[in-house]
Design a protein around this ligand. Structure first.
Ligand code: SF4
Length: 427
């Protein structure tokens, strides 16, 4: 197996490698950190069957298709199978197959990759593998039976044996919130699946014993939801987690929680929660999802909170010694100038309180309720105000590049209407 190894998607790939390792299925693994190296590894492997693993987010689909063509031009043959997994492949398997991949991985990939490698080794029909889309005789995506969504403890976040594969520990998969722009509930389900404290501790112990690592980071859609089934934070569960991790680390170990690559919801930022975090965490910043300063747009987007809790969250976080980085998204469907003005005024207020603004542009992402929604127009004056914030170091982000992605995603959505008929295998 050759992995097209890209920094942007390593966490998901590491989880698949962990699943393969746990299964005991034999598979020689190679990494390609560029299209050229990927092609060279395909050639060097000399395998009878070579599976090339790709994963990418929707905004990168076009660039990855160009890379795939470059790899195929350098190393190809009937023994080479390219599979794309991840959220874009899950939402748009037909687009992935039309773009040149042989297979699309649909949904959570751990059981699929194990079954796929096994099927290739045994020369079995790929239609027996769960969670795949294969090209039918007429080019239409033929889906196999769905891959299961197992409790998170069934999967490790990364395999043992190689330092390069160690990363953040996935704490929670799935999200019970219903933000209309977000792919997480679509990809991983609308309920939280939390990793147990015992499983987290086991990961930490492995990192420490095998590689002497002392910094721990987590992946979770909403950090302070850890251990809770619903919208209310369970601070006892969070504290049990942090205390257990701290006990497993050496004296100079560090826990990063509520910061990159995770965030917290504004209504969870209470004095009690921040005081508790201060006792355990090493991060000086915390990432808060705000998205808009307009209550009307927050309601339309299904965020489940208004603008008031965002202001409170920033004030409370600053009072407890955290610098908040606050996510904003401009151009959400139905947003007008008054809504954008409300967002910019809130952003100014938050900067005044001590926050930095992380700016995004709305993208109609596949699989989300807003896949087919038109992004709102962002006038020049709004752009100027965002630029001024960035020039003063008060805002950062790739919102201009995301605006370009937004246009391309809207074009793909139109080319692949949501109601395209789904074809499934009988198995
Ligand atoms: S934006 Fe965050 S809170 Fe909302 S659905 Fe996505 S992961 Fe959940």
């Amino acid at each position: 197996m050759v992995v097209r190894y890209r920094k942007a998607v390593t966490y998901g790939v590491h989880a698949l490698l962990a699943a393969l390792q746990a299964s005991g299925v034999e598979c020689e693994l190679r990494h390609g950190t560029s299209p050229e190296e990927t092609a060279a590894q395909i050639t060097a492997s000399g395998g009878d069957r070579v599976l090339v693993l790709w994963s990418f987010y929707s905004p990168d689909a076009e660039a990855m298709a160009a890379e795939l063509a470059a790899v195929r031009a350098l190393a190809d043959g009937p023994h080479v199978l390219h599979i794309a997994g991840g959220v874009h492949a899950t939402a748009e398997p037909q687009h992935v197959l039309d773009s040149g991949w042989d297979l699309a991985g649909i949904g959570e990939g751990e059981s699929t990759i194990v079954a796929l490698v096994t099927a290739l080794r045994e020369d079995a029909e790929l239609t027996t593998v769960p969670g795949l889309a294969v090209r039918d005789h007429d080019g239409v995506a033929l889906r196999t039976r769905p891959a299961p969504q197992l409790p998170l403890d069934a999967h490790r976040s990364f395999p043992s044996g190689a330092r390069r594969h160690v990363g953040p520990i996935e704490l929670t998969r799935g999200c019970r919130y219903t933000c209309r722009f977000c792919q997480t509930p679509f990809m991983f389900g609308g309920q939280f699946r939390h990793r147990s404290v015992a499983s987290v501790v086991e990961h930490v112990r492995g990192m420490r014993e095998e590689f002497g690592l002392r910094d721990v980071r987590f992946i979770t859609p909403t950090s302070l939801s850890y251990g809770a089934p619903g919208p209310d934070a369970d601070l006892d569960a969070v504290e049990e987690l942090l205390a257990s991790v701290q006990a497993e680390l050496p004296g100079d170990g560090r826990i990063f929680f509520g910061s990159f690559p995770s965030e917290v919801r504004p209504e969870h930022v209470t004095p009690e929660a921040m005081a508790m975090l201060r006792r355990y965490v090493a991060n000086d910043n915390i990432i808060i999802g705000a998205q808009s300063g307009s209550d009307r747009i927050l309601a339309a987007s299904g965020r489940g909170h208004g603008a008031g809790p965002v202001r409170d969250a920033v004030r409370i976080a600053v009072e407890h010694g955290f610098r908040p980085n606050v996510d904003f998204m401009f151009g959400m469907p139905g947003e007008d100038e008054a809504d954008q003005d409300a967002s910019l005024r809130l952003a100014d207020d938050l900067v005044e309180l001590g926050a930095r603004i992380h700016t995004h542009t709305f993208m109609p992402l596949p699989g989300t309720p807003w896949r087919d929604a038109d992004p709102a127009f962002i006038p020049v004056e709004t752009m100027r105000r965002l630029d001024r914030l960035a020039q003063r170091g008060e805002a950062y982000g790739h919102w201009r590049r995301q605006a370009e992605h937004s246009t391309r995603l809207a074009e793909t959505a139109k080319a692949y209407p949501r109601r395209t008929r789904r074809r499934r295998t009988d198995g």
